[in-house]
Design a protein. Structure first.
Length: 212
């Protein structure tokens, strides 16, 4: 038996496959909120929720890579919903379930077809999932498919991952299917963060599915 590395952002950034994510987040789920989010002053879910609300987003909403539900905690402050969650990690979704903020919890892999009908959601949010070692831009095809025409998507993308994984080209390729694209630069961690990732940044990609 090999010794296990303890879960951490560095371990998460070095993942290579979706199954790596399932394993890492199974180990991390119980301590993610306290040992990671609170202790690192993780403000990204709040930024995504705020941006979604002030951009006029409304439900039904899907939180993509929802994890333990930190985005839903923030969306609840704006009284928008109902909110469904999807994530590849059943263990993270079990923690989310305890917060009683989501309607449906959907275990699914964003690198594959999603078990969700076309044009289901008026809003899609995502915080921290389009990042190193996680999910790349090809997942956008499925997200656009399950969004209703005119629906709003607010998706965080880590800056290094944005450049390395081809997000700019993907968004350009979707130009006939989406509208109103903006990229807003954001910090992922607040002023109380310390450590090597405290200055990590990225973008909130905000766009609508083009009307039919
Ligand atoms: C850094 S966590 C972010 C969780 C939450 N949105 C937040 O901001 O706290 C990344 C999440 O992406 C999920 N994830 C990673 N790869 C995935 C995939 N291929 N499909 C769906 N979810 C995935 C992980 O299970 C994890 O819950």
């Amino acid at each position: 038996m090999c010794p296990k590395n303890s879960p951490s952002l560095d371990a998460a950034y070095s993942l290579e496959t979706p199954q790596d994510s399932v394993r890492l987040y199974a180990d991390w789920a119980d301590t993610y909120d306290s040992n990671f989010a609170q202790s690192s002053d993780y403000i990204l879910p709040a930024q995504v929720a705020h941006h979604f609300a002030v951009s006029g987003g409304n439900g039904p909403i899907l939180d993509v890579g929802a994890g333990t539900g930190l985005c839903a905690v923030e969306l609840a402050k704006y009284n928008v919903g109902p909110i469904d969650a999807t994530d590849i990690s059943p263990d993270m979704l079990e923690i989310a379930r305890t917060k009683s903020l989501y309607h449906a919890l959907i275990v699914a892999d964003l690198t594959k077809s999603l078990p969700i009908p076309d044009a289901t959601y008026c809003g899609i949010v995502s915080s921290g999932t389009f990042t190193n070692g996680h999910v790349g831009p090809d997942a956008f095809d499925e997200l656009v498919r399950i969004t209703r025409p005119g629906g709003l998507l607010v998706l965080s993308i880590n800056a290094q991952h944005f450049a390395a994984a081809g997000f700019e080209a993907k968004l350009a390729g979707l130009s006939t299917q989406i509208s109103d694209l903006t990229l807003t630069a954001v910090r992922f961690y607040g002023p109380n963060s310390t450590g090597p990732h405290k200055d990590d940044t990225g973008f909130l990609a905000t766009f609508r599915r083009a009307p039919d």
